[in-house]
Design a protein around this ligand. Structure first.
Ligand code: ATP
Ligand code: MG
Length: 396
């Protein structure tokens, strides 16, 4: 029988709340593997043990395992009877055909009554592999590591360890609405907050048909990519062009961007009230562009009905780009499009907006009506990864 064995990340440190974290992680795993019928899923000490069905290819298990926040690392392991001969047989089968020129065996004994200690088992199994396959032991820099985990009723044999996604299981920290522009920063911001255990709704403001559909297409792709980390997500596409026209008709040029942003936060707040989101996430970074000054951030945030989280606030562009590349969103983000906030804006927007002038500019606007019109016209797209075939069966 083949298993995915995950080792908990910070989850392991959570003391009395631990069961909540492991329960969430299990639910997330079942979602993530929703198109396969898994066997039992159980938590044993610092590990998550997942029985994998034969039809689930190794490559898929590895790809999906790497999307599961809350794991430090994981292995794909074979379970065998916990006696030395059987373990040796399985270890040989695992190494055979890998073309490795050096290897090391690393044993962890959960069953302390096993007749040999960990180092003796390393030596015993390592010696057998060396003799049978003629490859060298290298404890410092092995090409291949064979992991053995010994329990009372069985032993697990695996080759190598795969890095986990780290962080906290999605959902454990609550729910938030992430504002996705289609640019480089916002997907990175969303990812970072998912990794802190937030389940996200995605919101995009577009000015179609005044501008092209490109930003919507990009955001659909980006949101689908991010949804792989949480299984399901709502993407809200908010038509923003009409509202922008109203602002243009009544507000002097330099303040328009600030007002657009304030309306985005109000509308996002109204959507969040429907989904139960308790905060918003943006990709703002202090001073990155003229509009992201502390004055502007402050005056924009005053319109937000719930807290605004800015995970990138202290990062510079190079750091963000590096993360976007690792996250594999960069190439989509840099596809040229027309940002809705560049519509009807001057070349020199206000960089130090004052609350009194913003209030004055908004005094002629029917704010509640403008917000509810935009919410009414919003399209909701249900994103799901992967497509489901089975109802999950949870065994604790
Ligand atoms: P990004 O790379 O995420 O577009 P940016 O550096 O271009 O960020 P701005 O355009 O000032 O910065 O936007 C700041 C943040 O406001 C974005 O990161 C995003 O969270 C939000 N935002 C901006 N425009 C939109 C939009 N059209 N729809 C949804 N959110 C938006
Ligand atoms: Mg942008």
């Amino acid at each position: 029988m083949r298993y995915l064995i995950g080792r908990y990340h910070e989850v392991a440190l959570k003391g009395q709340n631990r069961w909540r974290f492991t329960a969430q992680l299990k639910r997330n795993l079942l979602d993530l593997m929703g198109d396969y019928r898994l066997g039992t899923v159980r938590s044993e000490g610092p590990r998550l043990l997942v029985e994998l069905p034969d039809e689930l290819p190794d490559a898929v298990a590895i790809e999906r395992g790497a999307l599961l926040f809350g794991l430090q690392n994981f292995t794909l392991s074979r379970a065998v009877a916990p006696d030395l001969k059987t373990i040796e047989h399985q270890a040989l089968a695992a190494v055979h055909g890998t073309n490795a020129r050096s290897f090391a065996v690393r044993t962890r004994r959960e069953n302390k009554n096993f007749p040999l200690n960990s180092m003796e088992i390393d030596r015993e199994i390592g010696g057998a592999i060396q003799r049978a396959l003629g490859i060298a032991v290298n404890l410092e820099r092995p090409e291949l590591t064979i992991n053995l985990e010994l329990f009372t009723d069985r032993a697990f044999v695996s080759i190598g360890k795969h890095p986990g996604a780290g962080g906290l299981p999605v959902g454990i920290s609550g729910r938030a609405a992430a504002l996705l522009s289609g640019g480089i920063d916002s997907p990175v911001a969303a990812y970072r907050m998912m990794r802190r255990g937030l389940r996200l709704d995605f919101i995009h403001f577009h000015s179609y048909p005044l501008l092209s559909r490109t930003s919507q297409d990009k955001v659909r792709d980006l949101a689908a990519h991010l949804t792989r980390y949480q299984g399901r997500a709502n993407l809200f596409l908010v038509p923003f062009g009409m509202l922008q026209r109203e602002i243009v008709a009544r507000v002097r040029r330099p303040l328009r961007v600030v007002l657009y942003r304030r309306f985005m936060l109000r509308i996002a707040g109204a959507i969040a009230a429907q989904t139960g989101a308790q905060a918003m996430v943006t990709g703002e970074s202090l001073g990155q562009v003229a509009s992201q000054t502390l004055d502007n951030m402050q005056v924009i945030e005053r319109a937000a009905p719930i807290p605004v989280l800015r995970p990138l606030v202290g990062m510079d562009k190079n750091e963000i780009v590096e993360q976007a590349r690792r996250l594999d969103t960069f190439e989509t983000s840099i596809i040229p499009d027309q940002d809705c906030c560049t519509l009807f804006v001057p070349r020199h927007p206000e960089t130090h907006a004052r609350p009194d002038e913003v209030d004055a500019a908004e005094s002629g606007l029917d704010i509640d009506r403008m917000v509810s019109d935009a919410v009414k016209e919003t399209e909701r797209i249900d994103l799901i990864f992967p497509p489901r075939k089975f109802q999950p069966l949870l065994v604790c």
